[in-house]
Ligand binder design. Structure first.
Ligand code: FEO
Length: 406
């Protein structure tokens, strides 16, 4: 049977290569992934490899278990599955683990040592797990799985699984995107959409791990393995030119930036906004592009995506009770967790009778790893015309410093 009746419509099996199937689920309506806004939803990709032995790679978030099981049933009887390979334990991939293992009566469960510990802590200890080490191989008959440990991409347990004969690598969270679509492959989706989706995902989930990404890319290149298809656990599968996403990751991990400044601000009665606009004009006059983003109207994760390929970040906040606006504190806490590297920064804002917001924001920027290159610009009450000229100059001078950074 090729067509699956699911949720009132027929869905065709998706085959990556002969005997290798996508059996995941599409979460069209996900709008928040632990704080990262996902306006395009996501997918939870699981894969089925049918050979003399049958292997299921990962499961899906629990509410989607029926979609996973129905897709599997359209290809094989779940009780015929020999191996459940757990590349990553986070609950968007192992949420339906207990339900699925109940159906996979004869399957051996395969994970890393760290994965075993995490599976026990999340799902109880009522099952056996075969632990694999980096480089271990598992034959399914004509296809061989090779396991590549990738700790902290995204959890300590994480690993990738490579099908040697088919040159397909299943990369778990790596190279994914939160992008729900009726398409499954990169050659079916506009490249700009994919670049933005992959960049947003990288900056909000993996940016912190950029040094590990660099090492991973080197490791894959040094292993000399040929790759026809990169199959992540989220979003679109890369088959037209897998090096494209590897090169994008390499650029992001190495901090490639264009001549752009992100200006993230909020305002109480409009004074800091006036400053922001005057500073932005100065930045543009110096020849850089600028992205003005008011936090009240913009999700943190969108600002982070803009920052990924920018050289600099300016923070604008008025003083409230001797400190920055709470919304800015939240943003800078989020930023600090991601540890963007190679960015320069500065602060500005208005105050009434006593400042303090800029210094607090500057400290948080430093904590996030941003290199402060400008004295804070704080102005009292509503900026005068002269003071707005000062803001303009501040923008120009700051932009010149951004131009000097590599
Ligand atoms: Fe897609 Fe780290 O989970």
């Amino acid at each position: 049977m090729d067509l699956l009746f699911y949720g009132g419509s027929f869905i065709k099996n998706v085959e990556l290569k002969k005997g290798i199937y996508w059996v995941g689920a599409i979460d069209w309506n996900l709008r928040d992934f632990h704080g990262y806004k996902t306006p395009n939803g996501t997918t939870y990709n699981a894969y089925l490899i049918v050979d003399e032995k049958i292997a299921l790679l990962d499961t899906v978030k629990r509410p989607f278990k029926k979609e996973l099981v129905d897709r599997i049933r359209n290809i094989v009887d779940p009780s015929d599955i020999d191996y459940l390979v757990v590349n990553h334990v986070e609950m968007d991939h192992s949420g339906s683990f207990a339900d699925v293992t109940g159906l996979l009566k004869n399957a051996k469960i395969v994970s890393t040592k760290e994965g075993k510990e995490e599976l026990f802590k999340h799902h109880g200890t009522d099952f056996e797990i075969d632990v694999v080490e980096d480089g271990d191989e598992l034959s399914l008959g004509s296809k061989t799985l090779k396991f590549i440990k990738t700790p902290m991409l995204h959890w300590p347990d994480s690993m990738m699984t490579y099908v040697m004969e088919d040159k397909v690598i299943f990369t778990s969270d790596g190279f994914g995107q939160h992008y729900a679509s009726s398409q499954r492959f990169d050659d079916e989706v506009n490249e700009k959409i994919l670049y933005d989706a992959a960049g947003e995902y990288y900056s909000n989930i993996l940016w912190l791990y950029s040094p590990l990404i660099k090492r991973l890319v080197s490791k894959i290149l040094e292993m000399g393995i040929e790759i026809d298809i990169i199959a992540p656990d989220h979003g679109i599968i890369w088959r037209s030119d897998p090096m494209k996403i590897i090169n994008w990751y390499s650029e992001w991990a190495n901090g490639r930036a264009i001549n752009k400044v992100v200006l993230a601000y909020d305002t109480m009665w409009g004074s800091t906004e006036k400053m922001a606009k005057a500073i932005a004009e100065g930045i543009m006059e110096a020849g850089l592009s600028v992205k003005l983003m008011r936090l009240k109207d913009t999700e943190y994760s969108y600002v982070i995506k803009e920052l990924l390929d920018s050289k600099a970040l300016l923070i604008g906040t008025p003083t409230l009770n001797n400190n920055m606006l709470p919304i800015m504190g939240g943003f800078l806490t989020y930023l600090k967790g991601l540890r963007p590297r190679g960015k320069i920064g500065g602060t500005f804002g208005s105050y009434g009778w006593g400042g303090g917001a800029c210094n607090s924001a500057e400290e948080m920027l430093k904590d996030a790893g941003v290199n402060i290159v400008a004295q804070p610009l704080e102005l009292k009450w509503v900026p005068t015309e002269e003071e707005l000229k000062e803001c303009h100059e501040f923008g120009k001078t700051f932009a010149k410093k951004a131009l000097e950074t590599i």
